[in-house]
Design a binder for this molecule. Structure first.
Ligand code: SF4
Length: 362
């Protein structure tokens, strides 16, 4: 086993030296900047995360500057990246470090782990990349490489599997510089030992790799649970008059917490949603008689981690806008772009020629 560990460690580190991508967060050991990148990259692909990372690093170059931002501002900057609790936790953590820790980012795994929004993977990544602490990261990439190379079939989402893989990763990190080793393992999983179409034929480990030798590459790693998906049916009302548009703030919990949206009718089934569109009972909420339905969209399917959304949009023109609920705001149409909207809404507006002006700068 020890020989296999050394072989794996040396080969992956040599491979990394030759194949690593130039990524902006690899050029620093500043823990704040590394933390920014790690939070952005949780549940986000590198190619999608880079522009957000650059935006946040430029706009909030220090933890103090981030701590001074408002939640609306940070959510707006996060717009389109999804999993918005990351942005809220990030802001709460920046405020905590700024006010309670004199603006100094914690310098070790145990203290980093206490920060809001930071789990064992993120704490290991920050403490090893910034302080070279010997903490092995085990993300999806590392699970895949270890599971395939050693032929491990314990489900990676089981308690037993998490312990087993972490123990193995802890043994493997001993042979190299912790920072370099962790980067190498994740990079190898991301671009060589990929989930689909792994590059086994040209892999420097293929002679020793259990999965490749036994033709089990597509079967490993194993997961025990499938995420349960709830279906939800949303009908958004896009209400405009000549100058204004009606929006509302989402509740503090649940999906898209504290973001903005158009007035929303939620149905229990697609049949009920269809009825909303046909029967137009909601029109009676508008006491303004001069109300015209200008467009009704097809169903837009949108996937979140545990929910499938089936959304339809009804576009309305009114003589004069009025609020239907207390949490609503009537704003100038050109101000809409300053509010953080869920990606589903931004996508819809971008695809509708008649609405595109709402996202433009002039
Ligand atoms: S041979 Fe294939 S499955 Fe095995 S480590 Fe290399 S890329 Fe991964």
């Amino acid at each position: 086993m020890k020989n296999n560990l050394i072989k794996l460690s040396n080969t992956i580190n040599d491979w990394y030296t030759e194949n690593k991508r130039q990524l902006p967060w690899r050029e620093t050991t500043n823990p704040y900047i590394i933390w920014l990148s790690e939070i952005i990259l949780q549940q986000t692909r590198v190619d999608q995360g880079i522009s957000y990372f650059n935006k946040f690093r430029t706009k909030y170059p220090t933890i103090k500057r981030l701590a001074e931002a408002t939640e609306d501002e940070v959510l707006k900057d996060w717009e389109g990246l999804g999993y918005y609790s990351r942005a809220r936790n990030m802001l709460a953590t920046a405020k905590f470090i700024s006010s309670q820790l004199n603006g100094v980012f914690p310098d070790n795994y145990n203290d980093i782990l206490k920060l809001k929004g930071v789990g064992s993977y993120t704490a290991a990544a920050i403490s090893s990349f910034a302080f070279n602490e010997e903490r092995a990261v085990v993300d999806g990439n590392v699970y895949r490489v270890l599971s395939r190379f050693f032929g491990l079939s314990t489900p990676i989402d089981s308690t037993e599997g998490k312990k087993e893989f972490q123990k193995l990763a802890n043994n493997l990190i001993k042979f190299q510089e912790p920072s370099e080793h962790n980067q190498a393992m994740m990079e190898f999983g991301a671009i060589q030992c990929k989930p689909k179409n792994a590059e086994c034929e040209i892999c420097p480990l293929n002679h020793e790799c259990f999965a490749f030798q036994k033709s089990l590459v597509g079967n490993l790693p194993i997961k025990e649970k499938k995420a349960k998906q709830t279906k939800r049916y949303f009908t958004f009302l896009i209400c405009r008059d000549n100058e204004n548009i009606l929006i509302q703030k989402r509740p503090e919990s649940g999906i898209w917490a504290n973001m903005y949206e158009f007035p929303l009718l939620e149905s229990k089934s697609s049949e009920e949603q269809h009825k909303i569109i046909l029967e137009k009972e909601w029109l009676s909420s508008f006491t303004n008689t001069n109300t015209k339905v200008t467009h009704v969209s097809e169903t837009q399917k949108h996937l979140l981690s545990h929910q499938q959304l089936f959304a339809r949009f009804i576009e309305l023109e009114l003589g004069e806008l009025q609020k239907i609920e207390n949490n609503q705001l009537i704003i100038k149409q050109q101000e809409l772009k300053n509010y953080a909207l869920p990606k589903l809404l931004v996508n819809y507006i971008s695809e509708r020629e008649d609405l595109l002006y709402l996202l433009n700068d002039n």
